[in-house]
Design a protein around this ligand. Structure first.
Ligand code: HEC
Length: 202
């Protein structure tokens, strides 16, 4: 999940405005996944208008990983249509798109003496898509370069799949870190067996 690239604000702003090569290239912004002719996922440029699930701060999955003075927030967003379906069922509907935005954190800014704020530097944009007709296992991961060109599916052998499958609380997603959704999943009893087994050990 760590990634040194810094996305240019202009690139994201332009994508958000929907300025594509021609109007015909622009997919509808309807909260579902859209692919180009090669099957690459078109960047969902309106993701900042989706429902905000949570921010992880300086997350690391290794007990020894040092942060060496660098700070990062992981902001997670989901389209409203998928969010509302989750509220009703406790799980994600087909065609859910989840966005993970890695954004720089900073200390000692402006009037700040303690704590961290988010900066304008986007350092990574990663997407998790549920499209059962298209992907083996139902879900696939994508990661965008700073040019935000349509992204190819990350191969199933990547660590993304194994970690999410082994630890995700609902349907390979990290609902245990999305505080508004966790009570809904508990209510609907949709927590994964791997998650329940993991928490029972603690
Ligand atoms: C070692 C475990 C681990 C690995 C490997 C991993 N992730 Fe995640 N991922 C997480 C955690 C934990 C979260 C919750 C983030 C938060 O709370 O901010 C997450 C959240 C996400 C989300 C938000 C939606 C969701 O599924 O919960 C996306 C998108 C995502 N990761 C993409 C990726 C991609 C792409 C890769 C591979 C390049 C990857 N992840 C590899 C642990 C992992």
């Amino acid at each position: 999940m760590r990634c040194p690239r810094v996305f240019s604000i202009a690139t994201i702003a332009i994508a958000a405005l929907g300025i594509f090569a021609s109007a015909a290239d622009m997919p509808p912004l309807d909260g579902t996944p859209h692919y180009d002719g090669k099957g690459n996922l078109i960047f969902p440029s309106d993701y900042r208008q989706w429902v905000f699930l949570s921010s992880g701060l300086d997350m690391s999955y290794s007990p020894t990983a040092p942060m060496d003075g660098q700070h990062m927030f992981n902001n997670v967003f989901v389209p409203r249509v998928a969010y509302e379906a989750f509220l009703k069922t406790g799980t994600w509907p087909d065609k859910t798109v989840l966005m993970l935005e890695n954004r720089g954190g900073a200390v000692n800014k402006s009037i700040l003496k303690h704590g961290e704020i988010q900066t304008t530097d986007v350092m990574g944009l990663e997407v998790h898509v549920k499209d059962t007709a298209r992907f083996k296992g139902g879900w696939a991961f994508f990661s965008y370069d700073s040019n935000l060109k349509p992204a190819a599916e990350i191969p199933e052998t990547a660590a993304c799949y194994s970690c999410h499958e082994a630890h995700g609380a609902v349907d390979t997603t990290f609902v245990q870190f999305y505080p508004t959704l966790m009570p809904i999943a508990r209510h609907h009893k949709t927590l994964s067996t791997v998650y329940l087994a993991e928490t029972a050990q603690k």
